[in-house]
Design a protein around this ligand. Structure first.
Ligand code: UDP
Length: 341
């Protein structure tokens, strides 16, 4: 099969590309490399260095083949940043997605898997796992932009028959267990890589944003899902699209507080993470945990790396081998174009 992956040079996208190539599919990637990395693109996958907001550049790529499906991940995706410049986030994510979705409808694409988010559910305090019928109240401009795109996809199906799966990820974490890809954001804002670097004394003590939430230890709770399990979920959902469009919550169903994550790092590495309490971060909901029952029932997906310690182990292994992420000398591509271990 032949698939197009937008954002395929990014963190989650690169793991999806690996999963698709491992399954024997042909892959092309669209990525403007604003946050993605050329080095993670395997030579077996063709990279189009194109910004989705550039409709004229996008159309010939979508029109070049009869794609069996499109995976749409390219987006601005940092909650805190979206609260500093919400209109920029909305403009960027909506324009790029509208261009892509319009192009898909014009060129007969039948299936699209969309990278949606648990940030749709950021509004009120929650103390239970979140099901698909929970009220959608985005707590950030980032979450709102993803919700708008889900609605665009609804109409693309109603009017043009473009079937879509909106996968609402919770917190993607960890790295390819074979060491071929990992997490490298610049600037890094995510808890696990920052905590690992603090533990490794590569940066100052970690700030924990908010220790006065109404949670058992006062810190926010998240559902950390291994990035390779998220990648596998994208392939699992394709068959469902033969029947209908869908939206699923995708997570392990287990919540870990920020302090739980630090304890896991201490267990796995044998070293404590230095940290101190800081102000709450705008747009952060206290608790986001997925009820992924529907997804598991409909697709048979279950996470292979469900334990937080497994997630930390793979993240630590990649971080240790690539201290400067894809920028370091060790991160050269091999002949197959895939990151060396
Ligand atoms: N967090 C933190 N310190 C940091 C980075 C993150 O306390 O330096 C917290 C953040 O406030 C949230 C959790 O870690 O409660 C997960 O944040 P992350 O940015 O990793 O993912 P998000 O849930 O925003 O998608």
């Amino acid at each position: 099969m032949r698939y197009l992956v937008t954002g395929g040079a990014g963190y989650i996208g690169s793991h999806i590309v690996l999963a698709l190539l491992d399954a024997g599919h042909e892959i092309e990637i669209i990525d403007n490399l604003s946050t993605g990395h050329r080095k993670v693109v395997p030579s077996a996958a063709r990279l189009h260095e194109v910004d989705l907001r550039d409709g004229a550049a996008l159309a010939p790529i979508v029109g070049a083949h009869r794609w069996d499906g499109v995976f749409h991940l390219a987006a601005l995706s940092i909650v805190g940043e979206s609260m500093r410049d919400p209109l920029h986030y909305l403009e960027h994510n909506l324009t790029s997605s509208l261009n892509l979705i319009r192009s898909c409808t014009q060129h007969g694409v039948r299936k699209l898997v969309f990278s949606s988010t648990a940030a749709l559910f950021g509004g009120p305090d929650r103390h239970d796992a979140i099901t698909e019928d929970a009220a959608i109240i985005p707590g950030s401009a980032y979450g709102e932009s993803k919700f708008f795109i889900e609605r665009i996809l609804y109409w693309a199906d109603q009017v043009h028959g473009l079937r879509s799966a909106c996968l609402r990820y919770f917190n993607a974490a960890g790295a390819d267990p074979d060491g071929r890809a990992g997490e490298d954001h610049k600037p890094e804002t995510h808890l696990i890589p920052l905590a690992l670097d603090a533990m490794l004394h590569r940066r100052p003590a970690l700030q924990i944003f908010g220790t006065d939430y109404e949670t058992p230890d006062g810190t926010c709770i998240r559902d950390y899902t291994h990035v390779s399990d998220i990648a596998a979920a994208h392939i699992c959902v394709l068959d469902v699209l033969d029947q209908r469009s869908v939206a699923y919550n995708l997570g392990t169903g287990t919540g870990h507080s920020n302090l739980d994550v630090l304890k896991s790092i201490a267990r796995v590495s044998g070293r404590d993470v230095p940290w101190h309490a800081a102000e709450r971060r705008a747009g952060d909901p206290p608790m986001l945990v997925a009820d992924a029952t529907s997804f598991t029932r409909d697709t048979g997906w279950t996470p292979r790396y469900a334990a937080i310690d497994q997630i930390i182990e793979t993240a630590l292994a990649w971080r240790t081998r690539h201290p400067d992420g894809y920028g370091d000398a060790a991160s050269q591509v091999d002949v197959a174009g895939v990151m060396r271990r």
